[in-house]
Design a protein around this ligand. Structure first.
Ligand SMILES: Cc1cc2nc3c(=O)[nH]c(=O)nc-3n(C[C@H](O)[C@H](O)[C@H](O)COP(=O)(O)OP(=O)(O)OC[C@H]3O[C@@H](n4cnc5c(N)ncnc54)[C@H](O)[C@@H]3O)c2cc1C
Length: 469
């Protein structure tokens, strides 16, 4: 994994736009490059492309899309930037936030209208940092479907995708211009290919334990629940080429990964009145204060475990719209009981603990006041029997730090100059989450993949056309 400086090597084939990685970012970049008239080749290390994209909920945030206008919701790039800055306490890069805010809505509209990847506005995941509904999902509401829709769009656009092709090294000139790539096949043999431009869409470093220990020491021993192919390859190449890295300590976490089933517990259960307790049966946090940051208090509890507590009515409503909740039901993860006493026994929680916590919540609700954790329950129906619970833990999902890029997804050096023909997006690029876990706004992962992917593909195609053939 490195940079090869053999400037004498002549390539038999030269591709105008090469893209490393066939997740949401890579496939979107490829579509944009094709739209701009360039030939494009996507290289993917796996036999069947999946990436973190296929593991995701498929929810991308975007500002001021056609969907907003269709539903009469007023949104704007300014409003999105203000939400990003509030969430990150002013620590996100304002110029990148602005570029993403301006381009995210058009990216959703372009995929929906030009490439038959329909992304519809969702109203279940509100607040959590977005001042208006901003999450856009495919009809089946999951990342596998999003990836397969993007894959089909690429087939229609005649994008070439080479699988089982791990890009191992980059050939670069003394000025940092990428001349080619070295691909490694599963049997170990390698191939060299010339490129005019290169898009790094091979995500972050969550799967590389040493890099996590170095940059996010708090999560060094925690569960990683992202794609194992996220090995930090883009970061390694970028560093060797003198690119700037930023916000390497930032990540998307989650405190509600079902244990041991490893299925994401739908957050609407908590948004709509559910609560969490630790193994001592005690509440320990405002459950909706920060969805990404929730992994920290959950992992700080005894055994790093907690229970999400809700009721049968909320369970039924959730089953109707959530693939994950249906999976959890099929796996027998949802404990259900006719009384608090019975649920405490089923969850091995101290007698009286759930009833006590629920009565504190009811008291705050009746008084119309915030509870001991600063959470409001007024306006939400009290929990009614049967009561339900799911055991959860916290996990690292996706790193948010990476290569610093500009509004055209060009990879930048520390002095602000751009590397000649290198672009990056998605998890390979530094995000708009600031340097900490609490800065992650829902849907930003896919927003960075799709918005920057489109910008990168378009810019790479236009830049490749300027190259002498
Ligand atoms: C469980 C889970 C749920 C999530 N839910 C959401 C959500 O609902 N909304 C949201 O916005 N974000 C979500 N995220 C984050 C989101 O999935 C990522 O931000 C997004 O998928 C990143 O897209 P990508 O294209 O950059 O990376 P990926 O989808 O990971 O694709 C990168 C691809 O590059 C390939 N690759 C890596 N190295 C090489 C190499 N050297 N050569 C060739 N190929 C290579 C990998 O195999 C992979 O296929 C979630 C993440 C997880 C783990």
């Amino acid at each position: 994994m490195g940079i090869l400086r053999d400037s004498q090597l002549a390539f038999e084939h030269v591709v105008p736009v090469a893209v490393v990685g066939a997740g949401a970012c890579g496939l979107t970049a490829a579509l944009a490059a094709r739209d701009a008239g360039a030939e494009v080749l996507v290289l993917e290390r796996d036999k069947h492309p999946a990436g973190s994209t296929a593991m995701s909920l498929g929810a991308m945030c975007a500002a001021a899309s056609a969907e907003h206008r269709r539903h009469g919701i007023e949104d704007s790039a300014e409003r999105f930037v203000a939400d990003v800055m509030a969430k990150t306490q002013g620590r996100a890069d304002p110029r990148l936030a602005r570029a993403i805010a301006e381009q995210s809505g058009p990216a959703v509209d372009w995929l929906t209208e030009n490439h038959d990847v329909p992304l519809r506005l969702d109203f279940k995941w509100t607040s959590l940092g977005h001042s208006v509904p901003r999450l856009h999902l495919p009809p089946g509401r999951n990342g596998e479907e999003l990836l397969s829709l993007l894959g089909r769009a690429c087939e229609r656009a005649e994008v070439a995708v080479m699988t089982e092709a791990r890009v191992r090294d980059l050939h670069a000139g003394p000025d940092g211009r990428i001349r080619g790539i070295r691909i490694e096949r599963p049997d170990g043999h390698t191939e060299d290919l010339g490129v005019d431009t290169l898009v790094l869409a091979c995500c972050g470093f969550g799967g590389h334990r040493d890099m996590v220990a170095q940059h996010i020491p708090d999560m060094a021993n925690s569960r990683y629940f992202g794609h194992e192919g996220n090995q930090g390859d883009a970061i390694h190449w970028g560093q060797a080429l003198g690119a700037q890295l930023a916000d390497m300590s930032a990540y998307q976490g989650l405190g509600t990964l079902a244990d041991p089933q490893q299925v994401i517990v739908p957050h609407p259960l908590l948004l709509e009145g559910g609560f969490m307790v630790n193994l001592r049966g005690e509440r320990f946090t405002h459950e909706n204060a920060n969805i990404s940051g929730m992994c920290v208090p959950v992992l700080a509890q005894p055994e790093g475990l907690a229970w999400v507590v809700f009721d049968g009515r909320r369970n039924t409503a959730c089953l109707a719209h959530s693939v994950e909740q249906r999976q959890l039901a099929e796996l027998g993860a949802i404990k259900q009981a006719a009384s608090w006493d019975e649920l405490e026994q089923r969850c091995n929680l101290p007698r009286g603990s759930l009833e006590r916590e629920n009565s504190h919540i009811d008291a705050a609700r009746r008084a119309g006041q915030v509870d001991a954790f600063g959470r409001r329950f007024d306006g939400l129906e009290p929990l009614q029997p049967p009561y339900c619970a799911l055991r959860v833990t916290g996990a690292l999902f996706h790193t948010q730090g990476g290569l610093v890029v500009d509004g055209q997804a060009r990879v930048l050096r520390p002095d602000g100059s751009a590397l000649p023909n290198l672009f990056a997006g998605g998890g390979a690029a530094r995000s708009i989450s600031g340097p900490m876990v609490t800065g992650y706004l829902p849907g930003v992962g896919l927003c960075m993949a799709i918005t920057l992917g489109r910008l990168a593909g378009d810019a790479a195609a236009k830049s490749s056309q300027r190259q002498p053939s």
